[in-house]
Write a protein that binds this ligand. Structure first.
Ligand code: GLN
Length: 194
């Protein structure tokens, strides 16, 4: 099983290492054709405006919509969450508009720009170590979105069918259980295909 990591900008290598720990193979995706070779895709953290611009430039908007439309799982972390959202607070144009969530960028106050905590995540037994860096929060979710974790009453992990998002960076710790959760989604999607 192969999982791609969109490698236009942001934290790519760390995701590939975490994917490796699940037993799947992680591979960087730089061109749209490479999407044909993977069963799932991670859109990493970084800067969402930059990632969005590069996605438009290299044809990834339609390609990722098609990829997700085939039922293949997509996981967005931090900036990746923002680019998957249908709506961004403040009138900024949304990017992929795939997931029925409204997100607010840089939502945690200045003094808390970066912090770590242990989070309860639905579907994972023990709390997950979460690193937040100028993180977004999910302000509103549509009826088909399942909330998987909250921090101070704010939604920070959610799932809608084959789409998974987290406000934090699961790839920056040794805790790879959220990657395992995603790898299990990829595995399940692959087995219903046959
Ligand atoms: N603040 C960034 C943005 O708005 C996201 C930060 C991150 O990915 N760590 O795009």
């Amino acid at each position: 099983m192969k999982i791609g990591v969109l490698a236009l900008q942001g934290a790519v290598t760390e995701h590939i290492v975490s994917i490796g720990k699940t037993g799947a193979e992680g591979t960087p995706i730089k061109r749209v054709e490479q999407l044909d070779e993977v069963d799932g895709l991670i859109i990493p953290g970084g800067e969402s405006t930059t990632i969005g611009k590069l996605m438009r430039k290299y044809g990834f908007i339609d390609a990722i919509r098609e990829f997700a439309g085939q039922g293949k799982p997509v996981f967005g972390t931090c900036a990746g969450l923002i680019v998957l959202a249908k709506e961004i607070v403040g009138g900024e144009s949304a990017h992929l508009e795939l997931m029925d969530i409204t997100v607010q960028r840089n939502a945690f106050g200045r003094q808390r720009e970066s912090f770590e905590c242990d989070l309860d995540v639905k579907g994972i037994d023990e709390p997950v170590r979460a690193v937040f860096i100028r993180a977004p929060l999910i302000e509103k979710v549509g009826p088909n979105v399942e909330v998987l974790s909250v921090y101070n009453d704010e939604i920070v992990t959610a799932r809608e069918g084959n789409l998974l998002v987290s406000s934090f960076h699961p790839e920056l710790t040794d805790d790879y259980r959220l990657h395992q959760y995603f790898a299990d989604m990829v595995q399940a999607a692959g087995s219903t295909e046959q």
